[in-house]
Design a protein around this ligand. Structure first.
Ligand code: NAP
Length: 248
């Protein structure tokens, strides 16, 4: 049985990394997939083709998640093209790591805008259609760093902790409309975002994880399938850590 048959998912930031992994698992589970990217047009085209091979509809949209008007227009275009938005995955995110002494105002604002304001932008854009449908599942990509904090990532940690407060508030506000909102807190997931780190640091991280490995985009995607599907129909306002036991 396919868990997401006949559902339409909108996934932000899916041209690579975790978002791409989510798009692939969703397509395997029968979902039609609308996804966004910031600049990777070629990777997005390739992903569209890869997703269509699962027999579903897939369209990639260039759309800056940090831009409020662009998010409203995106949702309108997706609704026109797909007919519904059943699942929203707010996944797009960036890092601009530095010690607080050295974080510029611009680097703080950028991270908050792309990681946190984007979640507001897209959620605002989909709740009206979800209310009309009387159903919806919103999944926000936080981080272990949002739960714990991290030296050198004050901007990123603030954005990811902010997502958790937003998630719980949306769950409380829209539960009566059968719209669920949950967060995922990935630990150390090996993607292009983490490829930027030196290999010694990465090895140390792997050793520090109880399951003794970095996570994969599929590990996160599987958790998203669960939270997007009716398998989790009584779960809202929660943060699911997918971190190999890192915070335990
Ligand atoms: P990634 O490999 O760097 O991919 C980021 C994705 O977001 C790309 O598709 C990128 O598009 C897109 N994006 C960036 N800025 C955007 C914008 N303004 N508007 C729309 N899309 C934008 O990142 P990742 O490692 O897969 O991480 C995905 C999410 O998981 C992020 O929210 C991240 O904070 C979170 N997370 C990751 C880890 C980890 O260990 N990797 C751990 C915890 C949480 P382009 O390709 O066009 O630039």
């Amino acid at each position: 049985m396919k868990l997401l048959q006949n559902k339409t998912a909108l996934i932000t930031g899916a041209s690579r990394g975790i978002g791409r992994g989510i798009a692939i698992e969703f397509a395997k589970q029968g979902a039609n997939v609308a996804f966004t990217y910031n600049a990777s047009a070629e990777a997005a085209k390739a992903l569209e083709k890869e997703l269509e091979a699962f027999g579903i509809k897939a369209i990639g949209y260039q759309s800056n998640a940090a831009d409020f008007d662009a998010a409203q227009e995106l949702a309108k275009n997706v609704l026109d093209e797909f007919g519904s938005i059943d699942i929203l995955i707010n996944n797009a995110g960036i890092t601009k790591d530095n010690l607080l002494m050295r974080i510029s105002e611009d680097d703080f604002d950028k991270v908050i805008e792309v990681n946190l304001k984007s979640v507001f932008n897209l959620t605002k854009a989909v709740i009206r259609p979800m209310m009309k449908q009387k159903a919806g599942s919103i999944i926000n990509m936080s981080s272990v760093v949002g739960l714990k904090g991290n030296a050198g990532q004050a901007n990123y940690a603030a954005s990811k902790a902010g997502i958790l407060g937003f998630t719980k508030s949306v769950a409380l506000e829209l539960g009566s409309r059968n719209i669920r909102c949950n967060a995922i807190a990935p630990g150390f997931i090996e993607t292009e975002m983490t490829d930027k780190l030196d290999s010694k640091t990465v090895d140390e991280w792997r050793k520090g994880v109880p399951l003794r490995r970095g996570g994969t985009p599929k590990d996160i995607a599987d958790a998203c399938v669960f939270l997007a599907s009716d398998m989790s129909s009584y779960i809202t306002g929660q943060t699911l850590s997918v971190d190999g036991g890192m915070l335990t």
